[in-house]
Design a protein around this ligand. Structure first.
Ligand SMILES: Nc1nc2c(ncn2[C@@H]2O[C@H](COP(=O)(O)OP(=O)(O)O)[C@@H](O)[C@H]2O)c(=O)[nH]1
Ligand SMILES: [Mg+2]
Length: 184
């Protein structure tokens, strides 16, 4: 038993090496691909789960996300305990991190998030006709649901003839396995 413990202790359970490498290559490649796009983005909506706002963050991307104009969307607020969620909001405010609780299925809630984004980008909007907004987050936090709601709001304000490209929403993680672009 003692020998076993020592052996386990010697194994590096970290992504940078050790005998067991739990950080799969495809996750590393995805982070690199996201970083490349983050460089070009005008704004970031980082989606987290309102019930677990720290453990649903992608740690590796945080240093880069901190430098971007971003809002942390605390999604699935309908499933969160409102008292605890408000304590989290106070926590993020004390860290000077802008966060906003949303329900990706609710149009009014997503509209408020868009209003914040529009306000933060108002100076850029006057210069640039096209903006790149990145929606980023770990699997299953509701990125696709949010993108579809944004799409719906946009298409009702500015009706277009072309067919809308929808993001696939699913209850299990890993429904979307690529980085997709959506014109809004
Ligand atoms: N109750 C609730 N469910 C949500 C919300 N947003 C997304 N979901 C559900 O969470 C699951 C994952 O959503 P999805 O958009 O596919 O997550 P993604 O992997 O981040 O793209 C789906 O079953 C959605 O219907 C929300 O605000 N409230
Ligand atoms: Mg998805």
């Amino acid at each position: 038993m003692v020998k076993m413990k020592r052996w386990l202790g010697q194994m590096g359970f970290n992504k940078n090496g050790g005998n067991i490498n739990w950080f799969p290559g495809h996750m590393d490649a995805a982070n690199r691909a996201i970083r490349r796009r983050l460089k070009l983005s005008d704004f970031v909506i980082e989606v987290r789960d309102a019930r677990i706002p720290l453990s649903s963050a992608n740690e590796d991307l945080q240093p880069m996300l901190c430098e971007k104009r971003r809002v942390i969307a605390l999604n699935k607020k309908d499933l969160a305990n409102p008292n605890i969620m408000h304590r989290w909001i106070r926590y993020f405010n004390s860290c000077k991190q802008e966060c906003f609780p949303i329900n990706a299925h609710s149009r009014s809630s997503v509209q408020k998030l868009l209003d914040i984004m529009e306000f933060k980008l108002k100076e850029v909007i006057t210069r640039e006709p096209t903006l790149l907004v990145i929606v980023v987050g770990v699997p299953n936090v509701g990125k696709s649901a949010l993108i579809n709601s944004i799409h719906q709001i946009a298409s009702s304000r500015f009706p277009v003839q072309e067919k809308m490209k929808r993001a696939t929403v699913g209850p299990l993680p890993g429904v979307t396995q690529d980085i997709a672009g959506y014109k809004v």
